[in-house]
Ligand binder design. Structure first.
Ligand SMILES: Nc1ncnc2c1ncn2[C@@H]1O[C@H](COP(=O)(O)OP(=O)(O)OP(=O)(O)O)[C@@H](O)[C@H]1O
Length: 588
């Protein structure tokens, strides 16, 4: 699996901008119109400055108003374009940029889904959140404020240099070195800038991850008295971000100073050259101010672009972080486009399944063969790390088996598109995630188009209706972030209601290990019994009550099946199961 980090350099520096352009997609025409407006704006500025300087110099050398009329009419005609073109450029560039940003954000979220959970487990959620929000936001600088000025910064100086060369080649020659210096400056500092940008974005991502961690673990921090230590960690990250920002600021300041010096020197060179040429009679006196104004105007788009280019390293780093997510191959891909024809019997078979999470890790499953008949409940038990959750993840095809196969209804699960496979299976996880939307909609995640009556019927069957209707807002209650306003048992029952509403033929339940109070325990057990009815069920079981009522118990040990049988059969033998009961890994 690809484990590119935020600081991984891209292979060819020349290719750095290509991914950013690729993100443009269907919004190209809009942005190109913005760029054309930008170029038009600078050319109109150049033309009106030139004409203005010509009018002034003719006026002070004694021309009559009649002789100036042509120039004045030209200025009048240019005026509306002077007002309109920058507005059009800015408006269209922003519309294009915001549309691109929305598209990219959608693609990043889609990539999170595609990569879940294999890749995402290696990254911190706060850091990923930082990519989805602030890295994407950073792209605005590129699409709305950089591309158009960048192109104007090339076309406008070329136009100005041509005009100056027509006046006198020496004028163009005097201006050229400053423009070349300005063009080369970002390229010289690029390597430095790229590393700084990557560091700054990565530090920001880390700080975000740490802040999210702190908020999510606030209760643990307070109760364990580790709050001060966590604050120190946050301060450390803050300091690292500050250092990265200062380094970025120092280089940016240097670029700014060199830009100003180059601009002043360029202007001075044109001024002196024009003065010498005029006094030598090689340049018409009326063209002297025109040449100087033209040179001064040329620098405006160049300065505009060097201003934003100083932060371009941040955009490139943000683009890199986004492309790393978009380009990472999914851990599991569909090899078919349609499910096998006909109804699928909910019979599950693990056939010599071997699996390791990474080539350098030991096998988590080392040849598991297991049949679960339609409607049967199998309880998977075993020590921590025995491979119980891995069995469940592989059945849901979160990862693909390393060897062997898993079948449903006699078909290899890889012969189902992932969406079809996951519609056959429902997982009731141990740590239920409730979104901060009404409880009714949390249950409805199981079947988004379910009417209210079906939601309530599922809640009743899951023994959740009573506690929900006992809440002041009933089914409209917001459960709070991470479901914090509900107890563990209540959250589990909501998840079971979700599963009942989805009504898939295969159920995987990961029983909560944490102790529930007796009443909650009974309610959850009753809800689980309701959910298991008529479904092929695999329970990762921790409670004796669940294990006893299973049709079969499978004891996993170090990735192997150590024993199978009913509770009574396994008790009769003295083996892995009785040892497990003795070690109290199974709760009464
Ligand atoms: N994402 C992962 N990456 C690498 N190794 C993993 C990953 N998840 C689990 N493992 C390893 O695979 C083995 C089986 O883990 P698994 O989670 O399936 O065990 P389990 O029986 O469900 O344990 P528990 O009861 O503690 O949840 C363990 O050695 C574990 O460390």
């Amino acid at each position: 699996m690809t484990t590119l980090t935020a600081t991984t350099p891209r292979p060819r520096p020349g290719a750095r901008f290509r991914p950013l352009l690729a993100l443009l997609g269907p919004h190209r025409p809009l942005l190109f119109t913005a760029i054309a407006s930008g170029i038009a704006h600078h050319l109109v500025v150049l033309a009106s400055a030139g004409v203005g300087a010509w009018v002034v110099s003719r006026a002070i050398t004694g021309s009559t108003p009649d002789e100036l009329r042509g120039g004045l009419i030209a200025l009048g005609l240019l005026l509306p374009f002077l007002a309109l073109t920058p507005w059009l450029e800015s408006y269209l560039a922003h519309v294009a940029a915001f549309r691109v940003l929305a598209d990219v954000r959608g693609r990043v979220y889609a990539a999170f889904e595609r990569l879940a959970p294999g890749y995402l487990l290696q990254r911190r959620s706060g850091d990923l959140g930082s990519t989805a929000i602030s890295d994407v936001e950073q792209l605005e600088l590129w699409f709305a404020h950089t591309l158009s000025p960048l192109i104007s910064a090339v076309t406008v100086p070329v136009a100005a240099l041509t005009a100056l060369a027509v006046f006198h080649p020496a004028l163009a020659a005097a201006l050229a070195p400053a423009l070349i210096l300005l063009a080369l400056l970002p390229a010289w500092l690029r390597k430095h800038a790229a590393a700084q940008g990557a560091r700054l974005r990565a530090e920001l991502g880390e700080l975000n991850a740490e802040a999210v961690d702190t908020l999510q673990g606030l209760r643990e921090l307070l109760t364990s008295g580790a709050g001060a230590r966590q604050l120190d960690r946050l301060a450390e990250h803050d300091q690292r971000l500050l250092d990265a920002k200062l380094a970025h600021g120092r280089r940016s300041g240097l670029e700014h100073a060199v830009t100003n010096a180059a601009t002043t020197l360029g202007l001075l060179a044109v001024l002196v050259t024009a003065a010498l040429l005029t006094s030598a009679g090689s340049l018409q006196p009326t063209l002297f101010p025109v040449a100087v104004i033209l040179a001064a105007t040329t620098f405006a788009p160049v300065i505009a672009v060097t201003d934003v280019a100083r932060d371009l390293n941040l955009v490139i780093a943000a683009g890199d972080r986004i492309m790393t997510i978009l380009d990472t191959p999914a851990p599991v891909t569909d090899r078919v486009t349609a499910a096998p024809p006909g109804p699928v019997e909910p019979r599950v078979r693990f056939d010599g399944v071997r699996f390791r999470y990474a080539p350098d890790l030991p096998e988590a499953l080392a040849g598991v063969t297991l049949d679960i008949a339609p409607g049967e409940t199998v309880a998977l038990v075993g020590h921590s790390g025995a491979g119980k959750s891995t069995c469940a993840s592989l059945l849901m095809r979160m990862w693909d088996v390393t060897a062997g196969a898993i079948e449903i209804g006699g078909h290899d699960i890889r012969d189902f598109p992932q969406e079809d496979l996951r519609s056959l299976i429902t997982l009731v996880p141990q740590d239920v995630y409730l979104f901060n939307i009404p409880l009714r909609d949390n249950i409805r995640l199981g079947r988004p188009d379910a009417p209210d009556e079906d939601v309530e019927a599922a809640a009743r069957a899951a023994h959740a209706h009573e506690f929900i209707t006992g809440l002041p807002d009933g089914y409209d209650t917001l459960p709070g972030e991470l479901g914090a306003r509900l107890s563990g048992g209540q959250r589990q029952r909501i998840a079971i209601a979700r599963a009942l509403l989805k009504d898939s033929p295969i159920l995987i339940m990961d029983e909560a290990v944490s102790n529930l109070d007796a009443e909650s325990e009974q309610e959850v057990a009753a809800a689980m019994t309701a959910a298991r009815r008529d479904r092929t069920t695999l329970v990762i079981a921790h409670r004796l009550s669940t294990i006893r009522t299973a049709d079969r118990i499978v004891v996993l040990d170090g990735g192997h099946i150590a024993e199978t049988g009913t509770h009574a059969e396994l008790i009769a033998r003295t083996g892995a199961y009785t040892e497990l009961l003795a070690t109290q890994l199974v709760h009464e």
